[in-house]
Write a protein that binds this ligand. Structure first.
Ligand SMILES: Nc1ncnc2c1ncn2[C@@H]1O[C@H](COP(=O)(O)OP(=O)(O)OP(=O)(O)O)[C@@H](O)[C@H]1O
Ligand SMILES: [Mg+2]
Length: 465
């Protein structure tokens, strides 16, 4: 019987990473029993919330339960978004994690319900298994026929491939030559050719040839020369989301819309057809559903219509796990005159598991600042870190994190090697935090335009300790 195994994936994209607010978060920092470690994977403290998020992770991994919703609630800057990002990183590449920001819902392009439906479908993955005929072997020789003088590029050639048991010569067409040249295939490489699509995948260099070249890069992977037949049937797995299938099949837009994001409204019939098709594939064992996570941050921005939609959508059998976050206390539900905890209607609140985040302790802030310094490649003296921690407690963790880069620049300016207390106090003087800025406004508000002191404290409804 033909050997069936999963094609090795080839990913060698060079990633250009910028340092973002959460780039130091690499996971939830849990141990194998899902207990939160004090500091791990960039995460510090917030143990009960991380442990709870770990249980949600387990729910998602098992994939059996649909339509659970979790609310992350807590004061600003206590790491709600960070926990959601950690969850996303821990899920792995195959499980979809979709994020939605409220502003997308209120764009004029399409209705709120359409935007929410798209978000839901972005969070459901479909794992499609396909059998493909591939040729896999070690390249013995590639010869490309020289074109006649002044002629066009070579159109024909020969490729000799071998396994430990056999050797065959294949005739090459122009398309295949192009693919081989693009992948820079040379003798000694172990490659896989997809017969139907003409796709060439380099699996690595043959161990047998490892001594031939000194000039192999550090990323070169050495593999054994394949055994048995050259031609194999392999199981190829594609992971797509329901949304991607929708877009590819909605005839008005075509698949290019996936890249431009300009998908427009997708008709309900298209979605129904796709759901039926996917259900068929599931029955035939060709496809598996992977329910993922949909994360809606700043959920108080949703209005009453969106909440009703969510109520209903969560009851669908194909619903993902919904994670939402907010820092609001008791406030008005958007689109109504009613007030409710977190600005979320009571019937929807009742469907939620609530995880609460707590303000960080001094020690935790100190550790987070240390991690951020490392992430931003800033060397800081211990005294400066202690001062920054104090500032973090007095003002906010976010403000302290922002000062790191600014202080590093101040240090660079004076050609220093390490950020010292003076650099911190210098930037502390240059950039105001919210408290000092408000104080300044209170003192000088008469000199500003449209000065109006808020009528009551209602206008600032974020949760405060
Ligand atoms: N447990 C943690 N460990 C390490 N860094 C953290 C942790 N929690 C938060 N951070 C970092 O602190 C900063 C503020 O956290 P975050 O943005 O997650 O707060 P938030 O609760 O989402 O606040 P808001 O309610 O204002 O949206 C971010 O840069 C975040 O990466
Ligand atoms: Mg947030």
């Amino acid at each position: 019987m033909a050997e069936i195994k999963k094609l090795a994936e080839s990913r060698d994209l060079t990633r250009i990473e910028r340092i973002g607010a959460h780039s130091h978060i690499r996971g939830l920092g849990l141990d194998t029993t899902l207990e939160a470690r004090a500091a791990s994977e960039g995460m510090v403290g917030q143990l009960p919330a991380r442990r709870a998020a770990g249980l949600i992770l387990q729910l998602v991994r098992e994939g059996r339960i649909a339509g659970r919703a979790v609310l992350l609630a807590g004061q600003p800057g206590t790491g709600k978004t960070a926990i959601a990002m950690g969850l996303a990183k821990s899920l792995g590449l195959e499980t979809p994690f979709a994020t939605l920001s409220a502003s997308e819902l209120f764009s004029l392009e399409f209705s709120k319900t359409e935007a929410l439906t798209q978000a839901f479908r972005k969070a459901i993955g479909v794992r499609i298994k396909e059998e493909a005929e591939v040729i896999e072997g070690e390249v013995v020789e590639i010869t490309i026929d020289r074109p006649a003088a002044g002629g066009a590029a070579a159109k024909t050639g020969k490729l000799t491939l071998k396994t430990t048991d056999m050797e065959t010569v294949y005739e090459l067409g122009g398309k295949m030559i192009e693919a081989l040249t693009r992948e820079k295939v040379q003798s000694g490489d172990v490659i896989a050719l997809d017969k139907a699509s003409g796709k060439v995948t380099k699996l690595g260099r043959s161990i047998g040839r490892s001594r031939d070249y000194d000039a192999v890069g550090p990323h070169t992977k050495f593999v054994r020369c394949p055994e048995g037949e050259l031609q194999k049937r392999k199981e190829v797995v594609h992971c797509v989301t329901l949304h991607e299938i929708d877009v590819i099949n909605s005839r008005t837009q075509g698949f290019l819309a996936l890249f431009t994001g300009d998908t427009g409204e997708i008709r309900a019939e298209v979605r129904e057809q796709i759901d039926t098709k996917v259900a068929e594939w599931r029955e035939e064992g060709k496809a598996e559903i992977i329910p993922g996570v949909l994360f809606i941050d700043e959920v108080h921005m949703l209005d009453i219509e969106c909440f009703s939609f969510l109520n209903r959508a969560l009851e669908n059998e194909m619903a993902p796990i919904l994670v939402i976050a907010t820092n609001r206390g008791i406030t008005t539900i958007r689109g109504t005159n009613y007030r409710s905890p977190h600005g979320i209607p009571a019937d929807f609140l009742d469907r939620l598991l609530i995880i609460s985040t707590q303000p960080f302790t001094e020690d935790e802030i100190h550790q987070i600042l240390g991690i951020r310094c490392e992430e931003e490649d800033v060397e800081m003296s211990e005294d400066a870190k202690l001062l920054l921690t104090k500032i973090g407690i007095e003002t906010s963790l976010r403000y302290a994190i922002h000062l790191i880069t600014a202080a590093a620049l101040a240090c660079q300016k004076r050609k220093g090697k390490m950020v010292e207390i003076d650099d911190i106090s210098r930037v502390y003087g240059l950039f105001l935090d919210v408290k000092r800025s408000t104080q300044y406004l209170m003192e000088y508000q008469n000199e500003y335009m449209f000065n109006e002191v808020p009528r009551d404290a209602d206008e600032c409804e974020t949760m405060q300790s």
